[in-house]
Design a protein around this ligand. Structure first.
Ligand code: C2E
Ligand code: MG
Ligand code: MG
Ligand code: MG
Length: 276
């Protein structure tokens, strides 16, 4: 309530000022968060045979005037102005509810719901505790929630990151290193961090067909994850050829348009029921 009041006060204040497009958009985003206009879509994560094992929650914003705005645009904005903290909580709460609803079906298969977590949400230990508390409140079976962190998150504080990851594990929340291969993670860094899952970036997947060398790089990344005891998932899998190549390398989980696009809640539930 305090946060909402502050945000609304900010909206009133900013409305009265002359605004450039960027500030206008920030303001609209603040309002969208307060009024819960943001929605989640869910993209299935599958085994090699297309059976659903989980989903990734991906935030969607339909701007009242501009229409749908890509998270690739408004998430970085929210990361700069701090709105990612309330936005992230909203996302996690909705994702937990999705997991809860799934779980409530008679004979439901276990399903893991992955949520993207930004650096700013972990700027203080209390940030992580707040997220874990939200998960606890939903009384989900262990491993129902997975946090996806990119390589840049706490890259300069590996010791602290290690502690936070251990804390997640202790609380039954899984962790995945998102967009692996695009950022800063050195091999030394990776070997010291207890991530449960390594998520190979789409750029590697896209490069698979281009050359024998690209194939070798991807193969090495998959093996690296395996040897460090992590489950390896590939994102952005679009073709049958990619699926086959990744499977042959030892990749066990897949996410991409070949299996399903990110889907609105109802459609995703139906998809999951058909692919249990
Ligand atoms: P990400 O976490 O790496 O998510 C994967 C992105 O790849 C998603 O884009 C998804 O729609 C897209 N994708 C999935 N399968 C395919 C495929 O087969 N081919 C191609 N070309 N793309 C595919 P989206 O939904 O636009 O999200 C973009 C990024 O925005 C995400 O990248 C993530 O970094 C960020 N994001 C989305 N939702 C949230 C959120 O709730 N919180 C935070 N902090 N970041 C979020
Ligand atoms: Mg992700
Ligand atoms: Mg990713
Ligand atoms: Mg990505």
């Amino acid at each position: 309530p305090l946060l909402s009041a502050l945000l609304l006060a900010g909206i009133v204040h900013l409305r009265s000022a002359g605004l450039d497009d960027q500030s206008r958009l920030e303001l609209d985003l603040a309002r969208a968060i307060v009024e819960e206009q943001l929605e989640l879509h869910y993209q299935p994560q599958c085994d090699a045979w297309g059976r659903a094992l989980g989903v990734e929650a991906l935030v969607r914003w339909r701007h009242p005037v501009q229409g749908p705005i890509s998270p690739a645009r408004f998430v970085p904005l929210a990361e700069r102005n701090g709105l990612i903290v309330p936005l992230g909580e909203l996302v996690l709460r909705q994702a937990c509810r999705f997991a809860q609803d799934w779980q409530a079906q008679p004979g439901a298969q276990p399903l893991q719901v992955a949520v993207n977590v930004s650096a700013l949400q972990l700027a203080e230990d209390a940030g992580l505790e707040r997220l874990l508390e939200l998960v606890r409140q939903h009384r989900l079976p262990p491993q129902s929630i997975k946090f996806e962190l990119t390589e840049s998150v706490l890259a300069d504080q590996p010791e602290r990151l290690r502690r936070l990851l251990a804390r997640c594990r202790e609380q039954g929340v899984c962790t995945s290193l998102d967009d692996f291969g695009t950022g800063y993670a050195s091999l030394a860094y990776l070997s010291q961090l207890p991530f449960d899952q390594l998520k190979i970036d789409q750029s590697f997947v896209r490069a698979l067909g281009s050359s024998e060398r690209a194939l070798e790089v991807a193969r090495t990344v998959v093996q690296l994850g395996q040897r460090l005891g992590m489950e390896v998932i590939a994102e952005g899998v679009e073709t049958e050829a990619q699926r086959e190549q990744l499977l042959a390398m030892g990749c066990t989980r897949f996410q991409g348009y070949l299996f399903a696009r990110p889907l609105p809640t109802g459609e995703c539930r139906a998809w999951l029921q058909a692919h249990a």
